[in-house]
Design a binder for this molecule. Structure first.
Ligand code: FAD
Ligand code: NAD
Length: 471
């Protein structure tokens, strides 16, 4: 059954942080907006199987770890904590539900119509929707935004069954704590979800192809995080590749080789988490038929202002170039909606923070030392250890440091790299500083409350000019 076309100023395909934020901002600016989402709930990867469930599990597993190992040092005796696995998972499910329901509420509040089904481009500003409930409908739109996000990838010869060989999605809904978890890929997902299951009792080995974990991060951060995670019990096999995975009655046997080639060894696991990156997701969109171009890495090609090569079709978020981060997708959604409404939205790609929610957290923004060296930029380094911060001592959270990189001539802040408790919150200060083109002296002369971890940021800024007070 084909319904009558329904007309909109804007049809957004995909309701992740890119799509739903774009739809809300467009509706706020007076555009008649529809969103098409094929999942049964709104919020995309981020809210359903990404940021939100993983953070709920990280938070809950940190509480378990704290009760088991860290409260006694504060003089708090709780005995041996017991894991209520059902309760643990229920916390994650409840967190996801309240977030996806929140987005559904926001759609209603902003009078955005949700078409529940899979969208495909039908040419001439038309979008066909194969409705989940059965049947199809066709929408017409002055503008169409593709916000279809990304999907998991695997390795040649390794088949993800989401039971014993799992992706991040499977790692969010295991039915028991595995004894031996092998993580392929020492990136963000591997370290975050590896940490969750390790805290709950799994023995975790990370196999990473490159010679360091968190490869795009500042080298000093990677090195320190590996040391800290190893101290927590995580094992690492760097410069190593997995060449095969065989599932048997007792789990999975992985065959490993040095990345550069060499003799093979085997590694046994009960569960294997494949976390080697994600790919843009464009399946079923009908891009070919619509003539929308992809770049060499399968991402939808845009002109830097979200326009594709086809008039009236735009793209944002994980499906285009740039960091696959929820806040990057959100900011693109907002900027694009403003452009479509005749305003001047933009995203500053030089000031997008990224956070790894391990314990301690890692947070970064701007350039790394390696990038500045490669670009031949003269820079100064200011560093301050958590060990010298009064609040960090009170929290028993003395692992880590704040590092600020500033231009040697102008003192402008070029980057900041933090390993330490609450790094994800602390980096926001530097994001604002960079947006305002601040110097390290500006940060250093800003009054920071005492006793807070944020004083480490001030001290790192002071240290750029060699005048840190507390070290
Ligand atoms: P998505 O969130 O992927 O949403 C796209 C939506 O489009 C999906 O719901 C999909 O069903 C829908 N869709 C696709 N095709 C169609 C179609 N044809 N018709 C209808 N609907 C369609 N980022 C962070 O910044 N912080 C984090 O802590 C973080 N943690 C993460 C943890 C995990 C385990 C994972 C996997 C990712 C994490 N990310 C995190 C990354 C983050 O989830 C993504 O960057 C973000 O979701 C991208 O948003 P998006 O709107 O581009 O797409
Ligand atoms: P990633 O790019 O962060 O890490 C993948 C890792 O796998 C890299 O270290 C890479 O060198 C390694 N690798 C690649 N091929 C390999 C192989 N054959 N053998 C062994 N190692 C190999 O990707 P991810 O961890 O899968 O995460 C995907 C995306 O999701 C990322 O872009 C990230 O931005 C996003 N994400 C963000 C957060 C966050 O912001 N906290 C959390 C989770 C995911």
């Amino acid at each position: 059954m084909a319904d009558q076309p329904t007309s909109f100023d804007l049809v957004v395909i995909g309701s992740g942080p890119g799509g739903y934020v774009c739809a809300i901002r467009a509706a706020q600016l007076g555009l008649k907006t529809a969103i098409v989402e094929k999942r049964e709930t709104l919020g995309g990867t981020c809210l359903n199987v990404g940021c939100i469930p993983s953070k709920a599990m990280l938070q809950a597993s940190e509480k378990f770890e704290e009760a088991a190992h860290h409260l006694a040092a504060f003089g708090v005796k709780v005995g041996k904590p017991e894991l209520d696995f059902g309760g643990f998972m229920a916390h994650k499910d409840k967190t996801v539900k309240s977030n996806v329901d929140g987005v559904a509420f926001l759609m209603k509040k902003n009078k955005i119509e949700w078409f529940k089904g899979a969208a495909s481009l039908a040419g001439d500003g038309k979008v066909n929707v194969a409705l989940n409930a059965g049947g199809t409908t066709t929408l017409t739109a002055k503008n169409i935004v593709l916000a279809t996000g990304s999907d998991v990838v695997s390795l040649p010869g390794i088949v993800i069954d989401e039971k014993t060989i799992i992706s991040s999605t499977g790692a969010l809904s295991l039915t028991a704590v595995p004894k031996r978890l092998v993580v392929i890929g020492g990136g963000v997902i591997g370290l975050e979800l590896g940490s969750v299951w390790q805290r709950l009792g799994a023995s975790v080995t990370v196999v990473e192809f490159l010679d360091r974990i968190l490869p795009p991060m500042d080298g000093e951060v990677s090195k320190n995080m590996q040391r800290i995670l190893a101290k927590q019990g995580m094992a690492f096999k760097l410069s190593t590749k997995v060449t095969s995975a065989k599932t048997g009655a007792n789990g999975v046997t992985l065959t490993l080789e040095a990345a550069a080639g060499g003799s093979a060894e085997t590694l046994e696991a009960d569960v294997v988490l494949v976390a080697v990156g994600r790919k843009p997701y464009v399946d079923g969109l009908g891009l070919d038929k619509a003539g929308v171009k992809l770049d060499s890495r399968g991402r939808i090609e845009t002109d830097g202002h979200f326009k594709t090569n086809v008039a009236g079709i735009y793209a944002i978020g994980d499906v285009i170039i740039g960091a696959m981060l929820a806040h990057k997708a959100e900011d693109e959604g907002m900027a694009l909606a403003e452009r479509l409404a005749g305003q001047a939205g933009h995203v500053n790609y030089d000031a997008i923070p990224s956070v790894v929610y391990t314990a301690p957290e890692v947070a970064a923004i701007g350039k790394t030392e390696e990038e500045l060296k490669t670009a031949g930029v003269a820079y100064k380094v200011g560093k301050f250890p958590y060990m010298a911060n009064g609040r960090a001592r009170a929290m028993n959270a003395t692992d880590g440091f704040v590092k600020i990189l500033a231009d040697a001539k102008t003192d402008r802040v070029l980057g900041c790299h933090i390993v330490g408790a609450d790094a994800g919150h602390l980096i926001a200060e530097i994001a604002i500083a960079m947006e305002f083109g601040a110097s390290s002296e500006d940060v250093a002369r800003t009054c920071h409350a005492h006793p807070t971890l944020s004083e480490s940021v001030k001290e790192a800024a002071l240290s750029v000019a060699g005048r840190a007070i507390h070290m």
